[in-house]
Write a protein that binds this ligand. Structure first.
Ligand code: FAD
Length: 587
């Protein structure tokens, strides 16, 4: 275990052994006091579960802000006006939590000091200006994160807003003007940009990474960029905001590519940093500011637990700032404490988060689970990637549209990560794959998943089944793929689409023979392959990978050394992005 745990003793059991007390006295020994820092996702989830497990516990929740248990994930939709009433964001009040769960919830109460040895915290009340000390038997930390502040001159301009709290959302909803700039195109930045564009702001979205939604692969993110443009949002990717000049009428933002933008409102959403200064000051183990926890949420300090955006697991490479892990982890920590207190076997461990995430972009949805290419490459993992574009439901049923799926598969067939983008059915497919990953299923097992099907909902071979089939073909060696990242302009490509499709854009060194004619035209293939003998194997491609799979099998059976372009030209176009206009040849 990476956390240097101090002695870990269930307090109630000590009481039982030492006193040898009667059942009644033992019960009173067990009236533990649990203090929780942070009254939103992780903290409130822990509090609610703890009450259900232990009716006698004294549970005190300390929240720095004026609201508890608010819907931070709903804030962008309030900014955009989809959620009309800000009251809908407030799921509970201290009063409702007292009534339902007998919780002692103290708002405007910031923990300014933790003393692990004395088992106490110091609390500053911003209403009264007073400070007091509170002892605990167990302390749960769920302080979350703050907006990261990149080194941009002028970031303290009053026109710059974060989007983390209810007050931030109220301020943004009231912001006036016509021009908005969002700094950072992660999940929250995208939601903020869409919200502001929906309110009529001319919106610019600035992203330091090469593409929006940096956790997505570029061939998926391009689809998101296109949809953002459809929404009228101007995307500036691969550039940094360098300076913000504040003036009475508007701010002026200068980007690293020399672009100068006027702004009436600026949203800062360039990532997060853990809100853990008070934890670090207490000497509790942290890594890059994140509180290090073991798989039961235990920190390095006795009887102090932590969860949520401000934490990182012992074996976790990167922190995950998502609501699901915070909520479920808070619940599990409550179980750990309740089990220890009641002398029961240790609670289930907190699983390492997969990072399953989803975002709406106009009429599109993008979602992901597990590792992406960058993380896999950094870890030195051996893997291959498949791309599929199957329709979300039967092609003959009105409204069929592709779900673009990408899946990274390990050398042993394990599912390492997946991403999906599309108009419909993305949530379901990513959730199925995320579940398969959690269950330890292999890519080939996706073939056998018995998923709900009727024409309006799916396909008899669901897109998830089909993705498993392609992965299985690769794993068995039946199919050798070339990724869009491996395709160079001089590589010989056998393009098996129709002449019309071919004319609309193809790779420079390619031969067009539709897949239905291939068996009769193998001599042409042979003559062309001989001409390109130095560039073997050649690559078979089509639009989405279905016809090229047929073509690939035909030419391979005829003895040619071939590979197949993963995901066809749909994936290639997305991989190339704006470069597609120059790389692909039109006739
Ligand atoms: P929080 O829920 O942020 O709660 C931490 C609380 O601790 C804060 O209220 C803070 O004031 C308080 N606090 C901090 N320090 C102290 C102290 N010293 N004393 C007292 N109180 C303190 N996740 C998703 O999975 N899906 C989404 O769609 C999604 N959308 C989001 C949209 C927005 C705008 C934001 C901001 C976040 C979104 N998230 C989303 C992320 C999700 O909200 C967080 O992952 C989750 O809330 C983290 O829970 P937490 O308990 O760690 O922190």
């Amino acid at each position: 275990m990476c956390v240097p745990l101090l002695s870990y003793t269930p307090r109630g059991i000590i009481g039982l052994v030492v006193t040898g007390a009667s059942a009644l006295e033992t019960e009173s020994e067990r009236n533990m006091r649990v203090v929780i820092v942070g009254g939103v996702a992780g903290g409130m989830s822990a509090a609610a579960r703890l009450r259900r497990r232990d009716e006698g516990a004294e549970i005190i929740v300390l929240e720095r802000g004026s609201y508890v248990s608010f819907a931070n994930c709903g804030l962008p939709y309030y900014v955009g006006g989809e959620i009309e009433d800000s009251a809908k964001l407030l799921l509970h009040t201290p009063q409702s939590l007292k009534a339902a769960l007998n919780l002692d919830v103290r708002i405007n109460s910031e923990v300014t000091e933790i003393d692990p040895d004395a088992h106490s915290v110091t609390v500053a009340n911003s209403d009264t200006g007073e400070a007091y000390t509170l002892s605990y038997d167990y302390l749960i930390l769920s302080p979350g994160a703050l907006a990261a502040r990149p080194p941009i001159d002028g970031l303290d301009s009053p026109r710059v807003h974060a989007l983390r709290t209810v007050d931030d959302a109220l301020a943004l909803r009231e912001a006036t003007g016509t021009r908005a700039i969002v700094l950072g195109a992660g999940f929250i930045g995208i939601e903020a940009a869409e919200a502001l564009a929906a309110r009529g702001f001319e919106t610019h979205l600035v992203e330091l990474a090469e593409h929006v939604l940096p956790p997505l692969e570029v061939e998926m993110a391009t689809l998101v960029t296109q949809e953002l443009r459809n929404l009228g949002i101007r995307v500036h990717a691969g550039v940094a905001a360098q300076a913000i000049a504040h003036a009475d009428n508007n701010d002026v933002v200068t980007l690293s590519d020399g672009t100068v933008l006027q702004a009436d409102v600026i949203v800062l959403s360039a990532g997060v940093r853990p809100d853990t200064a008070v934890v670090e000051a207490a000497g509790i183990q942290t890594r890059r500011g994140y509180v290090v926890i073991d798989d039961h949420g235990r920190t390095s300090a006795d009887d102090i637990y932590a969860i949520g955006d401000g934490t990182i697991g012992c074996d976790q490479d990167r922190p995950v700032a998502l609501a699901g892990p915070a909520n479920r982890g808070g619940r599990l920590i409550a179980d750990v404490i309740a089990d220890a207190e009641h002398g029961e076997a240790a609670a289930r461990p907190i699983p390492s988060p997969q990072g399953t995430a989803i975002v709406r972009i106009g009429s599109l949805t993008a979602a992901m689970t597990g590792a992406n290419r960058q993380a896999l490459d950094a870890s030195g993992a051996q893997y291959f990637t498949v791309h599929t574009h199957a329709n979300q439901h039967a092609g003959y049923f009105p409204g069929a549209q592709p779900v673009h799926i990408l899946m990274h598969v390990g050398a042993g067939g394990e599912i390492l990560g997946a991403q999906a983008v599309g108009a419909e059915g993305v949530d379901r497919r990513i959730d199925v794959i995320a579940t398969a990953m959690r269950a330890g299923l292999k890519a080939a097992d996706l073939i056998d998943l018995d998923l709900a099907y009727a024409p309006p909902y799916g396909q008899a071979k669901d897109p998830v089944n089909q993705t498993g089939m392609v992965a299985h073909n690769v794993a068995t060696g039946e199919l050798v793929l070339t990724g869009p990242n491996e395709l160079s302009e001089d590589m010989p490509v056998l393009d098996v689409r129709t002449p019309g499709e071919y004319a609309a854009g193809h790779m420079p060194n390619s031969l067009n023979i539709p897949h239905t004619q291939l068996r009769d035209r193998l001599d042409e293939v042979r003559a062309w392959a001989d001409k390109n003998a130095d560039e073997q194997p050649f690559v078979v491609m089509c639009a989405a990978g279905v016809r090229s799979w047929i073509g690939y099998r035909i030419v391979r059976a005829a003895g040619f050394d071939v590979t197949m372009l993963s995901g066809g030209i749909q994936t290639l176009r997305a991989w190339l992005g704006d470069r597609a206009a120059t790389v692909l040849v039109k006739e």
